[in-house]
Write a new protein. Structure first.
Lengths: 605, 605
């Protein structure tokens, strides 16, 4: 009964708005690091990525889901077409955009790369991950490897000829990475014998690339306990002479979604013949090295959530435009009244507007992180550089956790808009929902993000990053409090921002001696602060849209687009932010029932 | 890596608490309609249903999910073991508890039957639905059929020998049931020739029972448009002489979950040879008849949500007790600190307490609906009977929508507590989550429930039902406002209840002339009113628990159980209700952005 085609959708008009109108990327282009880039180059890359998304990755989305990965004779078979899809991903250059020319890159702005990532991930997160993890692994070698390691590994990894993985998790060491027990014993030739079991390794095996380069956290004998004792190793599946390196995949997971991405248990050195190389020259740097790459890996997961949410929304919107059901509510009792598209029903409109507002606000938030990176590159003033770096630090946990949670929730709303049809595989939204759940778990669960926010980021640089953030928000408020149209919405933002600032102070007080209370409210705080940020960026966009509107002809598509920006911001500020404010105030004197309840009182069994 | 067994869990202590301590079911037993029932009989039925759940239905849960239903040569094959499971369901008498002895029933209280339904549905909603729909279909015949129809159909349907279905939806007629186009043309012998296509028919075909009795809404030629022109027909798959009745299943749906339940397209009369019987004597009564059965069908869907949520919670709790990860947060920097069960982490405790509070509050809400039914039976005073019937009317949309939405959400939280393991099929929670999504859609989408609440139930009996509800809540508040422990929590309930009452007045004003605004806020209103009800019932339970506590020895399991009741109510009142209050206040002056935004402003594409 499919009435919508099973396809990926994206709103490139909004991409251009966020990049050029809201963040004024144009001002950073055409000189310095971005001298080869102008607005046309940016638009052209977006169009090409969109074509790849619709023509290549999109059609493989349901194939990957239905076929899934299989383990046959110890080797993973990926779904039909994934190898060809991966090759097209690399042929398009979408995974090397920001790299230096030395590595086949184009020195593209990070803010653009992030939106290209939305386009490559949205239609098929499973396929995209093989490339995303490869890029992350190669960037680790490039950042911390010896010159010789870079030459031997980076060319083939950045080009996608070899894939890469991140091997952190072990059965007993999930969120508690420091418990990792994989052992690396130095060989006389300076290499290391690796022995241990890693699990939940995405792309741990596949039949797409001729080799897989595993980045493995392991412990040298005698190293300290905890994360301080971990070192990072390059462990190829095949040694560079093509022989086996004793890396085995005994099993893969059967999952709720993301079935096209292989999730593997990987055994290193079962037969005592696994050889790895220390990344760089010093042992014990593994966590520091991983952490340095972690911000953009986490932002990447947020982008997965955004991408899923956005295509789910646009599919639901298309369905709402064509599916007719019932008359307008004013004619509910008139059996002869014309049946209307469900887009005409108020609840559908409210649901869609909430989805739209959250998606566009989250998109602005991820582009903001990329923009800070790009602006810092072009910024000669060191203190401004610190400001930009600090905002990326602060935004990272918000983006990872809020965008991934909303990715799932918005996909759920999309199912609801489709009704019974959305629960079937005739439409893509149920798969988006299943795929999205893992985004809240991997790359640090969302509560780990919340702890990162309240335990680390809020107080980072003696609180300067958080102060700068609230300063930016309240500066916007001061400037636009009297806005003729958006004034009341800006006032709601002010209330929410003040409650968030007060909450930060409260958390800081609790951080000496009452750490459990901090942890208890951290998730609520992260969600609320994310909504302050999203509300701010939506209102910032709405102010620009309201300014632009008078000059746009009423029949120009931009007229509706700008109206949409104003309505979305107003909805979010007046409907969603009051709840965030209440949550922020509540958590400052939240009862400690979760801490006080005896363990055996959770259930009568 | 499964560390928990893949099994159904239930907290029977809470079942007994709600039935006997909170709703004092004992007072209704032992006389009149329930003369054969006492507390021991109730406990014994619960224990037997729990044994069926754990031993029979539970193990078939993942089997049904992985195998799914298949359509082979036009016939549905259900998963392995489903036929035997269905027979055990009926052998246990769990689908005939409330019936009269004439039909093999035991005249059990509805409040008990609802909790038995939680036990039979929770481990395997797909399997349970074959029986649930059969019971609903048989009750329709019993309520509205001719004496002859009752004799021919009810015995075999109530006993489960024949199954039943509800055939309302058609491709163009989902929420808009009145658009149904299936035609019933009277034959000279008084039967009707049925012709049309129904879709999303649960159990539309299966290989479990020898016959399937379809309850079909259809339109007699010349009947009025809309729901007024619909009549209800009994249409067996096989005529009672055993020959085919021209009922075909051309396709079944492939779904996100509930895979063990066949979801069928059913064609009636493709070859002009499908014969149906009008239910009762008069045409045009179809919707009225359906509606009369709808309350408990909808409550049944709420119970599906509750059941899913509860077993997801108890599985997550069991996992949290055994899974060790990280030290206590106070020792975060001490690598030698002992690793603790994740139940010790504040965020896990808060998440579990939120799940527990919602589940126990929802359970009290569904039992309340059953209790009103039971109390009315034993009530000689007609005005009290109206009060009870009115509360069932009012509670029905809350139960259906809130419990189904929370079923999905709580299953999601359970996945999050399991972390990566929860995303795999090694644990049951991801299936609970996938199964639960449909509960928000079928039997009237949750927005249809919201419209039923704000458009029908709030104003029903000239508002008497709603006034009685708020009167009950505020009566409780007046009585317990000074409670030494729970006073502040009761004060939060008062604020929320007053906001909900004010919201009802606002909705009533909008209902003349501003219907779209009513629809726009209906879902938020339903959710908030549900939380008022849940918060009230949790606090009511907590008051009882606080009274009981001093007399219970500290090492008796009830001591922890009652403490849990107090903590859950406090958490919900002080952490969740303030948000509901804000939402209720917000929607009274919510912006009309969802109505104002132009259709083409939802996206720039």
């Amino acid at each position: 009964m499919a009435t919508s085609s099973n396809r990926y959708r994206a709103d490139l008009r909004d991409f251009r708005f966020v990049l050029f109108e809201q963040f004024k990327l144009g001002a950073l282009l055409g000189s310095g690091h971005f001298e080869d880039w102008g607005p046309e180059e940016v638009s052209s890359v977006l169009s090409e990525a969109y074509r790849y998304a619709v023509e290549v990755a999109g059609p493989l989305g349901p194939v990957g889901d239905r076929e899934g990965c299989r383990l046959v004779d110890g080797k993973v078979r990926t779904p039909s077409g994934f190898k060809a899809g991966y090759e097209r991903l690399y042929a398009g250059g979408f995974k090397s955009l920001t790299l230096e020319p030395e590595w086949g890159g184009a020195r593209a702005p990070k803010s653009l790369a992030i939106l290209v990532n939305e386009l490559t991930s949205g239609p098929n997160a499973a396929l995209d991950m093989y490339g995303g993890l490869t890029l992350g692994a190669a960037e680790l070698v490039e950042a911390f490897g010896t010159p010789d390691q870079k030459q031997r590994f980076c060319h083939k990894m950045f080009s996608g000829e070899w894939a890469g993985t991140m091997c952190l998790t072990e059965p007993q060491a999930g969120s508690d990475v420091g418990e990792a027990a994989t052992v690396a014993t130095k060989n006389p030739d300076g290499t290391y014998a690796i022995r241990g079991t890693k699990m939940f390794i995405s792309g741990g095996d596949q039949d797409i690339t001729e080799n897989i380069i595993h980045m493995v956290l392991a412990r040298v004998p005698g190293a300290p306990k905890g994360t301080r004792g971990l070192s990072l190793f390059v462990v190829p599946k095949l040694r560079l002479d093509g022989t086996s390196n004793d890396v085995k995949v005994p099993s893969i997971e059967h999952k709720m979604g993301l079935n096209g991405s292989s999730t593997c248990v990987v055994n290193f050195g079962d037969d005592g013949a696994c050889v790895g190389e220390l990344v760089g020259a010093a042992e014990g740097q593994g966590m520091r090295q991983m952490f340095q790459m972690m911000n953009f890996a986490r932002i990447g997961v947020g982008v997965q959530g955004l991408a899923c949410a956005s295509t789910a929304y646009l599919n639901a919107l298309a369905y709402a435009r064509e599916r007719k059901q019932g008359p307008r509510i004013e004619n509910a009792r008139d059996v002869d009244a014309p049946r209307v598209a469900i887009l005409e029903h108020a609840d559908i409109r409210r649901t869609l507007l909430e989805m739209k507002a959250k998606i566009e606000g989250i998109r602005a938030m991820v582009v903001k992180a990329g923009w800070h990176h790009d602006a810092a590159r072009q910024e000669p003033d060191a203190s401004r550089g610190e400001y930009h770096a600090g905002q990326i630090e602060l935004l990272t946990p918000l983006i990872k956790a809020y965008a991934s949670d909303q990715g799932f929730r918005i996909a759920e709303l999309a199912i609801q808009i489709f009704g019974g049809a959305g629960y079937t595989q005739d439409h893509p939204v149920e798969q988006y929902c299943r795929d999205a759940k893992i985004f809240a778990i991997y790359e640090g669960t969302n509560h780990i993000q919340a702890l990162d926010l309240v335990g680390r980021k809020l107080g980072q640089a003696k609180g300067a990053n958080a102060r700068a953030f609230f300063g930016d928000v309240l500066g916007f408020v001061a400037k636009h409090r009297q806005h003729p149209r958006l004034g009341p919405a800006v006032a709601e933002l002010e209330r929410a921002a003040n409650a968030a600032a007060a909450g930060a102070l409260q958390l800081s007080e609790w951080s000496t001696g009452q750490l459990a209370r901090v942890s208890m409210v951290a998730t609520d705080y992260l969600n609320s602060l994310s909504e302050v940020c999203v509300g701010w960026l939506l209102l910032d966009a709405a102010v620009l849209a309201a300014e632009a509107l008078p000059a746009v002809a009423a029949d120009h598509p931009d007229h509706a687009f700008y109206q949409g920006k104003v309505q979305a911001a107003e909805y979010f500020a007046l409907w969603v932010l009051p709840v965030a404010t209440t949550r922020l105030k509540t958590l400052q004197h939240a009862p400690t029932s979760p801490l006080d309840i005896p363990d055996h009182a959770f259930a009568g069994v």
